[in-house]
Write a protein that binds this ligand. Structure first.
Ligand SMILES: Nc1ncnc2c1ncn2[C@@H]1O[C@H](COP(=O)(O)OP(=O)(O)OP(=O)(O)O)[C@@H](O)[C@H]1O
Length: 228
């Protein structure tokens, strides 16, 4: 479970990137995070991963106050998280398979086991046939699915994806989103930030941010309701 309690974030000399956020995301939920550019979506995601600290308030992940996490606690947190952030930073001089094996190799998983699990992860995103390719030989959407495979190879409980369909054509975007939804289908908590309104249709839960604050509806809808 992820909880934000009265969380604000001020970057030096900037207006608040997040203001007084109260939020609870239960285990296994699929939640979309929407709102205009600069609304604070990335900041919110980065806080869950302890890549940013709140200026005030608390963020807890599975009961652990992230603000109080010592550096020695970071591996615990990151093991529970699959991060799909832009840019996806695939290593271009290694094969797709090697890229997906990397998170397992750095935590000391034996090579044969790592390879087996990486192949299973690639299979889940429909790219097993590209295991031996170099990332640059793949399309943008395929590269993004490799990044998803790399993020889930450690079997995280929570996936955080920041604009996973940015710069993709509709068909590739749909495939990326289907891959993410499949993980939600097996009980993984998924939090996905997106500008892409079409992804929000049929979404079980959408959280809108505007200028660092949670709003119940996007402004256009509120205006439409007011003028209706
Ligand atoms: N490292 C940083 N230093 C200073 N200001 C920052 C930093 N990161 C974000 N900001 C500012 O905080 C605010 C929120 O940014 P954030 O990237 O979280 O928004 P976003 O909703 O993810 O935007 P986008 O959709 O464009 O990615 C913006 O005003 C941004 O300029």
């Amino acid at each position: 479970m992820i909880e934000f309690h009265r969380v604000s974030k001020h970057y030096a000399r900037n207006a608040a990137a997040l203001s007084d956020i109260d939020l609870r995301i239960d285990k296994g939920e699929l939640v979309f995070l929407s709102g205009p550019s600069g609304a604070g979506k990335s900041t919110l995601l980065r806080m869950i991963a302890a890549m940013e600290r709140p200026t005030s308030g608390t963020v807890t992940v599975n009961g652990q106050d992230i603000g109080k996490l010592k550096p020695s606690g970071l591996p615990w947190l990151r093991r529970n998280l699959g991060l799909i952030f832009q840019p996806h930073s695939l290593l271009t001089d290694r094969s797709v398979l090697a890229n997906v094996m990397l998170p397992l190799m750095v935590t000391g998983t034996p090579r044969a086991d790592a390879e087996k699990r990486a192949r299973a992860a690639l299979d889940k995103v429909g790219l097993l046939g590209h295991a031996a390719s170099e990332p640059l030989a793949l399309s943008g959407g395929e590269q993004q699915r490799v990044a998803i495979a790399r993020a889930i190879v450690n079997r995280p409980q929570i996936i955080l994806a920041d604009e996973p369909t940015a710069n993709l054509d509709r068909a590739s975007a749909n495939r990326v989103m289907s891959a993410l939804k499949a993980f939600h289908g097996v009980g993984v908590t998924c939090l996905i930030a997106t500008h892409d309104e079409s992804m929000l249709r049929d979404a079980p839960r959408v959280i809108y941010l505007e200028r660092g604050r949670l709003v119940d509806f996007p402004a256009e809808e509120m205006n439409a309701e007011v003028t209706a």
